[in-house]
Design a protein around this ligand. Structure first.
Ligand SMILES: Cc1cc2nc3c(=O)[nH]c(=O)nc-3n(C[C@H](O)[C@H](O)[C@H](O)COP(=O)(O)O)c2cc1C
Length: 400
């Protein structure tokens, strides 16, 4: 992923929790990303970690005392509050959450946060009972209302020996999430729907008709559009993929489920239909498991399924931009061009699922087809295909 953190100025406030030592790892990782870091330790944090360790790693002085004249000369706290691009409190104690939520300013760190108009992030870490405490819950809600971003802790084994929510977010995720904050938000006014994964059409209570779609391409597109600031809904068939954070995920199964959920979520600005939705469904679903009998063959009749793209293209609340995916095993471009026309969408992303073993792979080789334009893109990561499609969407709305 592009490094949007490069040359950003970030103030890290370390408060007095058991996860203090993990802030060292965050600092090192941000240094790798060429971030300009300033650091403050609260008085309690100094009980957990050694100031010298942090100063050695940073190669500069750690701020900690509000009333230190030498500090005031070097870096006035009001100046520090507004010279940085972002302030992150990591780990953030229950105590510090309460101070921020109530505007208490009784040390250097809390004064700086009150004086700053910059992006504020907290990464809380604490015992599960503390995390679930109503007072902490209420304070977090107040902070979210004040636009403080919360990097929520995860469940796990905690330092106090108990298991549950309250464990500091993984360092990798903290770095990724910080990077996303600085991603250019060119699609922030748009609502998008992305479909992904396979459909499932039941045959009997234990069998179904489906396909090999992994959902990777659709999930990557949904994430990429979200990083560009779009309000994103992902409508997905069953996959093994992790639910993307901050995206509204709706789980579906059959073609008609896909259609209903897309239609119910209109109006939207963009629909990207990357799901592999079956053209056929079983005419009569057996209520009992179909048994073996003397015959060597079994005949099942299929009915044409609802065509999601075609019907959404005719919908009164039709999205401004409709992008389909065309998976073909022969005559890729000819078939995809006629699909573009027949289904009434704006762009078609064509991939040859015969040759390239697209399903389940992390890479894809696609052609971009618009009304009078065809681009053959080289083989690349599905996340890069997603970025290229996002870029096209950004340009489409720029021209409007
Ligand atoms: C051993 C020990 C571990 C602690 N761990 C945490 C913790 O993980 N999270 C938390 O919110 N408070 C924790 N506390 C309580 C805080 O240190 C305490 O509330 C302190 O006042 C926080 O000060 P600060 O918010 O100014 O850094 C711990 C206290 C002790 C003694």
């Amino acid at each position: 992923m592009t490094n949007f953190l490069k040359e950003k100025k970030i103030l890290i406030i370390i408060t007095g929790g058991i996860a203090c030592y993990k802030a060292l790892d965050v600092i090192r990782r941000l240094q790798d990303k060429k971030v300009n870091i300033e650091c403050i330790l609260t008085e309690s944090a100094k009980e957990f970690v050694n100031l010298i360790t942090f100063e050695s790693l940073l190669g500069k002085k750690i701020h900690s005392n509000l009333f230190s004249l030498s500090h005031q000369k070097e870096m006035n706290h009001i100046k520090l509050a507004n010279e940085v691009d972002l302030i992150i409190v990591i780990p953030c104690t229950a105590n510090f959450i309460a101070k921020m939520a109530n505007g208490i300013a009784d040390d250097l760190a809390s004064n700086i946060l009150l004086a700053s108009k910059k992006i504020k992030v907290i990464a809380p870490a604490m015992n599960t009972n503390m995390w679930n405490n109503k007072a902490v819950e209420r304070n977090l809600k107040s902070l979210e209302k004040m636009n403080v971003k919360v990097f929520s802790p995860k469940k796990g084994l905690l330092a106090c020996g108990s298991k549950g929510a309250g464990k500091l977010m993984e360092v990798d995720d903290i770095i990724d999430n910080l990077n996303h904050i600085f991603y250019p938000k060119a699609l922030s006014d748009l609502k998008v729907i992305v479909t992904a994964g396979p459909s499932i059409e039941p045959i009997d209570p234990v069998r179904f008709l489906s396909n090999y779609s992994s959902g990777i391409q659709g999930y990557e597109i949904a994430k990429s559009l979200y990083y560009h600031g779009a309000k994103t809904t992902l409508i997905t068939g069953i996959t093994n993929l992790q639910k993307p954070k901050n995206i509204n995920v709706i789980n579906v199964s059959s073609a008609s489920d896909f259609y209903n959920k897309v239609a119910n979520n209109l109006p939207c600005d963009v629909l990207v239909s990357a799901a592999a939705i079956s053209d056929w469904k079983v005419k009569r679903i057996s209520s009992q498991k179909i048994k073996k009998n003397k015959n060597d063959t079994l005949n099942i009749s299929f009915l044409k399924n609802i065509d999601v793209l075609e019907n959404i293209s005719k919908h009164p609340k039709k999205p401004k931009l409709i992008i389909g995916f065309s998976a073909e095993t022969s005559n890729l471009i000819t078939n995809s061009k006629s699909k573009l026309k027949k289904k009434g969408c704006d762009w078609m992303i064509a991939n040859n699922v015969g040759e390239n073993k697209v399903f389940g792979s992390t890479h894809n080789k696609v052609s971009f087809i618009a009304d009078k334009k065809i681009e053959h893109w080289p083989k690349m990561k599905k996340s890069d295909v997603a970025k290229k499609i996002s870029k096209k969407i950004v340009n489409f709305f720029k021209k409007k």
